[in-house]
Each structure stands twice: as C-alpha cells, then as structure tokens.
Design a protein around this ligand. Structure first.
Ligand SMILES: [Zn+2]
Length: 93
C-alpha cells in the first residue's frame, strides 16, 4: 500500500499502522490520529485516577448502583470511541 506523505508530498510505503513513518523525511503518516489517540489515552488515565468508580465503605446500595452504572457507561463509550478511531485508521487509506 502506498500513501502520499503529508510533509514532503512523496509517495511512501504504508502498512496502515499508526507508527508508520515516511521513508523520505521520517514524518509519521498518521500524526493527527496518533495525537488524537494520545489525548484520548491521557484523558482516560485521568479518569482512572478519579476513584469515582471505586466503591467506598460509606456507600449505600444506591450509591453502589450508581457507580456500577457509571462504570458500565464509561466502558461502553470508551469502546465506541476506540471503534471510531479504529474505523478511521483502517478506512482512510
Ligand atoms: Zn515525507
């Protein structure tokens, strides 16, 4: 598979990986997506530091349920976000 380098405009081989770089100038061919993924991962680790999802001893049944639902939606939306990033990487050849 070949792809035009966004930096030097020369054709270079591209395997569709996020880490593939231009053979001529070494620019990452998917720089925007890599950045986007890094931002997402940074936000993700920020959320993990937030211990909202971890049950506390003082929690009542309602609060425990709320945390479980919040964690469920957190995982589902995270998976959807990843799916769209994956789709974009694989379709935007
Ligand atoms: Zn290049």
């Amino acid at each position: 598979m070949e792809k035009k380098c966004p930096n030097c405009q020369q054709w270079t081989s591209w395997k569709g990986n996020l880490t593939d770089a231009c053979l001529h100038c070494d620019t990452l061919l998917q720089q925007s997506i890599v950045t986007e993924r890094d931002v997402w991962l940074a936000r993700e680790s920020e959320i993990k530091k937030n211990d909202f999802f971890i049950p506390k001893e003082t929690d009542g049944p309602l609060m425990l349920a709320t945390r479980k639902v919040a964690l469920f939606f957190h995982i589902v939306f995270g998976a959807i976000a990843w799916f769209f990033i994956w789709m974009f990487v694989n379709v935007a050849a």
